[in-house]
Write a protein that binds this ligand. Structure first.
Ligand code: ZN
Length: 452
C-alpha cells in the first residue's frame, strides 16, 4: 500500500493549506471533551459536526481545480485530483485515521472499532468532477465524511464498528473505483482514455494503485456492516418542495433501446401528402406517445427519446428511415418493463396509422439498486431527531452506492441542489444544507453502530 501518490502535482503542499484552514478554525474546535456530563446536567447530546469547518473543507477543495465561474474541473487522475486527494489524506491523518490507497487507487481512511469482530461501517463519495463541473457533486459527501472523522476524533467517540472513509476514484468516468471493489471493471476498460488524457490503467497507477492487480481490490459480499453516502440531489425535488433531507429509496434502473422507423423514401415535391409513408412524421407521433405513456402512468418513471436522426436527411426528400433512442428509468425493473410494453403497443398503433414499421431493440441495461429498508428508517429517524424535514425519493442518477450495494446494505442521503442544477459551474448547495446532511449522516452512523 502506498501512502502518497508518486507524482508531484505541482500544487503547494496541501499540509500548508490544511494547517492554514485548521489554524483559522482552531477557535471553533472543542479543546477538551468532558468524559461525562456534570452531575445533574441533562443527558449528553449526540455529537454534531462543526458546520463552519465542514464548509471550510468544501471551500478548500476548490483550491484543486476551482474555476473563476464558481465551478470546479478536477478530472479523475489529473494533477488537481492528485493534489485534492493528498489534501484529503492529510485531513484523514489529522483525525487519527490509518490512511491507505487500495489496489484500485481508492483513498481509504480507517478508524478502529472497539469490537474486533464487528464489520466496518463505510462512508464516502467521490472527489473527481466532470469537465466544467460544479463544486458540490461528490465533494459534499467526501467533505462530510472527513468532517465526521474529525468530529468523532475531537469528541473522542469510540465506535464499536471500525469506520472506513472511502474516496472512490473516477466516479464520473464510470464509477471505476467502486466497481473495482465489486470486481466489475472489465480488462478492456483499462485502455479507455479518460477526460484527463490518461488511460484508466495509467490513472490507477498514478493514484497509487496497481492496475495489474486490480482484481485483488475486490471485496467480498457481506464484508461490511453497511455503506452510507451523502450526496447533492442533482435534481429539483427537494429545492422545489423546500424539504431539507432526501431519504433515497434506491438508484433507478435504466433500459435503453435503439428505435428504427422504416417508411418509404421519396421525392418531397412529387409525392402527394396522402401517398406518403413518412418515417419522421411517424417518429414524431411515437415520441409524443412515449411522453404520454410516461406522464399518464401512475408512478415516478421517466421515459425519454434523447436522440433522433432522419435519413437521408435532405430538405427535398420524404424521410424513409428514422433512427432514435428510447430510455426508461424507474426504481423497479418490472415497472420499466410494463411501461415499455405500453409504449411498444402504442408504437404498433403508430406504425399502422402511418404504414411504417417501428423496431425497438434493447442495447443497454443498468439494474436498479434499492437502498436497505432498515437504513432508510435509520436515516429518517436521524433527520427526525434533528428536526429536519425529509422525504423519501428515488435517485435518478447513478452513484458509487450502486456498486457498494453488491457488498451489503446501503443508504443514501440527499441534500438540496439549487434549481436542481448539477454538472455545471452553477451547481450550488447552501452551507446550512450541507451541515444538515452531514449531521444526519453522523446520526445514522451512530445509530447503525449502536444497532449491531
Ligand atoms: Zn456524484
Amino acid at each position: 500500500m502506498t501512502l502518497h501518490p508518486p507524482i508531484d502535482s505541482g500544487y503547494p503542499h496541501p499540509r500548508r493549506i490544511f494547517l492554514k484552514v485548521a489554524a483559522a478554525l482552531a477557535a471553533t474546535l472543542p479543546s477538551r471533551i468532558s468524559a461525562g456530563s456534570p452531575a445533574g446536567a441533562a443527558a449528553p447530546q449526540p455529537p454534531r459536526v462543526d458546520g463552519q469547518r465542514l464548509n471550510a473543507i468544501v471551500g478548500v477543495f476548490r483550491q484543486f481545480g476551482g474555476t473563476d465561474d464558481g465551478g470546479t474541473t478536477r478530472l479523475a487522475y489529473s494533477a488537481e485530483d492528485i493534489a485534492g486527494r493528498r489534501y484529503a489524506a492529510e485531513a484523514m491523518e489529522q483525525s487519527g485515521l490509518e490512511v491507505s490507497i487500495d489496489l484500485a487507487g481508492n483513498l481509504i481512511g480507517r478508524r478502529p472499532g472497539t469490537d474486533a469482530a464487528a464489520l466496518p461501517i463505510i462512508i464516502g463519495s467521490h472527489m473527481d468532477t466532470v469537465p466544467g463541473g460544479g463544486s458540490y457533486d461528490g465533494q459534499v459527501g467526501v467533505a462530510s465524511a472527513l468532517e465526521i472523522a474529525l468530529t468523532l476524533h475531537h469528541h473522542r467517540v469510540e465506535l464499536r464498528h471500525p469506520l472506513e472513509i472511502v474516496i472512490f476514484q473516477n466516479e464520473e468516468g464510470g464509477k471505476t473505483g467502486s466497481r473495482a471493489l465489486v470486481g466489475r471493471v472489465e480488462p478492456h476498460e483499462l485502455d479507455i482514455v479518460t477526460a484527463s488524457g490518461l488511460t484508466i490503467r495509467d490513472g490507477i497507477a498514478r493514484l497509487g494503485g496497481d492496475p495489474a492487480r486490480l482484481d485483488e481490490a475486490r471485496r467480498d459480499p457481506g464484508s461490511m456492516a453497511g455503506f452510507l453516502e451523502l450526496h447533492i440531489e442533482q435534481g429539483a425535488v427537494l429545492a422545489a418542495a423546500g424539504i431539507q433531507i432526501g431519504v433515497v429509496e434506491g438508484i433507478v434502473g435504466i433500459r435503453r433501446w435503439n428505435v428504427t422507423v422504416r417508411g418509404a423514401q421519396n421525392h418531397a415535391g412529387t409525392t402527394p401528402m396522402n401517398q406518403r409513408r413518412d418515417a419522421l412524421v411517424a417518429a414524431a407521433d411515437f415520441i409524443r406517445a412515449v411522453n404520454d405513456v410516461a406522464t399518464n402512468t401512475e408512478g415516478r418513471q421517466v421515459a425519454t427519446v434523447g436522440r433522433i436522426e432522419a435519413m437521408p436527411g435532405a430538405p427535398n426528400v420524404v424521410p424513409g428511415e428514422v433512427r432514435a433512442t428510447l430510455e426508461i428509468r424507474d426504481l423497479e425493473m418490472e415497472k420499466i418493463a410494463s411501461v415499455f410494453d405500453e409504449i411498444e403497443s402504442r408504437a404498433r398503433q403508430v406504425g399502422e396509422d402511418h404504414e411504417v414499421t417501428i423496431g425497438l431493440n434493447r442495447f443497454y441495461e443498468s439494474l436498479a439498486a434499492p437502498t436497505d429498508p432498515r437504513f432508510r428508517n435509520i436515516i429518517e429517524a436521524s433527520a427526525e431527531a434533528l428536526g429536519y424535514t425529509h422525504v423519501r425519493m428515488p435517485s435518478g442518477a447513478g452513484h458509487d452506492a450502486q456498486s457498494m450495494a453488491e457488498l451489503g446494505p446501503v443508504g443514501m442521503i440527499f441534500v438540496p441542489s439549487r434549481d436542481g442544477i448539477s454538472h455545471s459551474p452553477q451547481e450550488y448547495t447552501a452551507p446550512e444544507d450541507i451541515t444538515r446532511g452531514a449531521d444526519v449522516l453522523l446520526g445514522a452512523v451512530l445509530a447503525l453502530d449502536g444497532a449491531g
